[in-house]
Design a protein around this ligand. Sequence first.
Ligand SMILES: Nc1ncnc2c1ncn2[C@@H]1O[C@H](COP(=O)(O)OP(=O)(O)OP(=O)(O)O)[C@@H](O)[C@H]1O
Ligand SMILES: [Mg+2]
Length: 354
Amino acid sequence: MVNESWLMQELVENSDRAIFVINLANQLIYINRAGENLTGENRSRLAGLDFHSILASHMGMAPQNNLVRAINRCVGDGAEQPGVPVVAELGAEKKWLQAGVRCLRDPEGQQYGCVITLSDVTRLQQMEIQMSRAEALASAGQIAAGVAHEVKNPLSAVRGFAQLISARSENEQIRRYADYMVEEIDKAIQIIHDFLRLARPPAPSFRLTQIEEVLEEVVTLVETEAHFRGIRLVRKYSNPPPLMLDQTRIRQVFLNILANAIGATPRGGQITVAAGLNDGLDQVWVDIQDTGTGMTPDVLARIGQPFFTTKENGTGLGLSLSYKMIQDHGGQVLVHSEPGMGSSFKVFLPLNNK
Ligand SMILES: Nc1ncnc2c1ncn2[C@@H]1O[C@H](COP(=O)(O)OP(=O)(O)OP(=O)(O)O)[C@@H](O)[C@H]1O
Ligand SMILES: [Mg+2]
């Protein structure tokens, strides 16, 4: 058998979670390596300090946040709480953390202190934000279709009266105007019909697809354009397994993202199209990275909203439609971008999409 206490120490010290132990006077008595990374401070400088002050000064937490309250309850009456959400502000960076607060007892069962664990769930949080954005879009489309449908009814009524006037009036000129009204209303109704047909997309057809093949088709489509603009296109596929996709739509998604990347990248820049398997999560990912202009945080916050564009001739629909299509595949998008450095659009698609 291995030396158990050595093993325990090794596991705790090298855990991905930040682990803190405090005594009943709120003083820090242990912190592991992930804890040092999170606070950005060496353990020797933190030992013995008041833990609430560490949360405020080293993790930018609000004084009476969820975590502080959970710790007070644990110190007070031994109450334990497994999933406390907290936000930390580390310099300019915001991190979403999931905290656990547990009671530490000595062998006699007397409470000795509390164990606080913190895991970084920022990436998950970002995915959720992206998802709810896609949901908002889907319902906006439905509302627009509903409105269009409802406008049709009063228009039809007006058309009926115009016809009546045309049939009954003695005055030739009024009859002519009434006929114009019918014609114009017919045009409007036709537009609504067309819109409703568009808003009701054909049923998706999912087929087992090798994602590299879809990517190759799209890359081939834009290759000439990229070459012409002096942009290098690099492929990095690491053999992801086939998955169920609506090829037409997924092609459209990558084409939209690639078109944006090409538009944002200056001569001499590079666009990398990578794909691989996210083993533990049963997801295939596709990452389209450019070395282009990048986006400021406020542009980044608004992309994917229908009609949001920074381009003179843009419609601002490319990403909003793409997000919707990815959502229909049960997938997610994660965007990273820095002004002047470039952007990365990473699409995650589940392997077992019903
Ligand atoms: N790779 C990128 N680099 C920099 N900015 C980007 C990138 N991709 C998207 N954007 C920003 O997001 C905005 C919205 O993109 P989206 O594709 O939805 O619309 P668009 O490209 O402006 O118009 P279109 O409907 O023709 O695609 C863009 O106007 C641009 O400001
Ligand atoms: Mg676009």
